[in-house]
Design a protein around this ligand. Sequence first.
Ligand code: ADP
Ligand code: MG
Length: 526
Amino acid sequence: MQPQANGQQPVYILQQGTEQTNGSAAQRNNINAAKAVGQTVKSTLGPLGMDKMLIDPANNILITNDGVSILREIGIEHPAAKMIVEVAKTQESRCYDGTTSAVVLSGALLEEAERLLDKGIHPTTVCKGYRFAKTKSLELLNELVDKCGIKEKIFDKAFSCAKTSLVGKSAEGIQHHLALLSANVVRKVEDIEDISIISVSGTTEEDTYSISGVVIERDLASNLMTPEIKNAKILMLDCAIEPKNLNLESQVQITNAAQIEEFLLQEEEHIRDMVEIIKSTKANVVLTQKKIDDLALHYLKKYDITAVHSVKKSDLDKVSKISKGNVVSSLTNEIDTNDLGTASFYVDTRYDYDLIHVSNDDSPVHTVIACGATKHVAEEIERALEDSIGVAWLAINNDLLPGGGTVHGYLHHHLMLESSISGREKMAVEAFANALLQIPAAIAENAGKDPINELIALKVAISDENYSYFVDVSDEPTNDVLKAEVFEPIELHRQALTSATEAAVMILRIDDVIRMNPSNAQQPPM
Ligand code: ADP
Ligand code: MG
């Protein structure tokens, strides 16, 4: 800790062991940490971005191209760096995609700010300029929507945006298939929360499919049970089919062999009664959240009732929605047959473990099954689908903008010409504009192109009237984004600009970092 000089006597105002860094040292340290986060994910950006392999202490491997997944896994500790990770998380939760761009932009804004600080410009002036540039940029985005007229184009917005979100991922090989699947599934639901994605290994990526219903990742209670039932009558339970639960304090006093037999008989009878109640409802499928006793299984098989135990509550609730039945909480009384649901029941045994499908044509919930030969492939397809389904959902409800750096070029062009601001703040606005160009530069660089040449071409091509130039990294580049149909929902850009600016501003305003000694940390009041 820093002693404060007061005449001869130093005055200690902080607890012993507290570390304090202030002034420009604190600022530079934070800026460098935040920039490092941007650099970490930069090489994954764009259609030819590479993947990263992350290995955790337990030797679990994660191979991904997804910015937020990388940052979440690598366990960042530095507080300023953590603020940038938050940017990625917000981007992910609001927009499902664009996480790498948001983080790269945050890093770029701080890098440009650092140059201004070097010139002696005060951080609050930089912040003011950045905030102005952000507000202006958001206005410019709306303007660009109208100019591009993508709205008027007749095509499948959801499909087009889903396709853009899948570039650069290992799933790109089946981009068309996944984009189509994403676009179809988002149209069938009222809320994106009604779409679940699961991954299974032991098959190929091309097998990825969706069903109008829920998939329960459990084995049948016995493989001798009927695995496929159309219009199944489903009983949903949140109780076990087991002998009565004796509570811990209860004692059973048994003094001779006959009493043991009687006790066991009573238990058997109880189980049989439970199965008889099930049978009386005429249900041919039972799904329970809890366990099923072996004897109960025996009777269930005898009556040709298919059963699955240990079903997750969330899955059971979905089955209840799909089949229009109710979850029953006890098997002691007669069950109202109206509580039974009706849906198709099917066990898919093609994979490493069984998948139980419960579906209906008019199901309000849908499930996408991401397939892959190995667990890692399937999980990366699942992450790709999370992005593409989210983006397809946004695309239906949002205006679209061109991708591939066009937006960044357009904002740069206008911010550089901005005349309503001058002096040092204008310099900050220009720094903001230059930071934006790091996105197209990274897309070009990751594709093996010369970023400087690409930026020069972008800056020359984009003007007030021309806004269709993009960093085309395809084999036969036309550089016309409207023809190449690389589109993204406007929300992706809005969110990235807003959260990257806010995080950068927050970091720039810090000039004092006080880290308390953990051993001095006070217990929170009880
Ligand atoms: P993020 O996590 O930010 O979504 P990505 O690796 O998915 O990162 O890259 C997104 C960037 O790549 C966006 O700027 C997007 O416009 C751009 N992009 C997508 N498809 C193309 C394409 N076909 N050509 C050029 N750029 C593209
Ligand atoms: Mg993306």
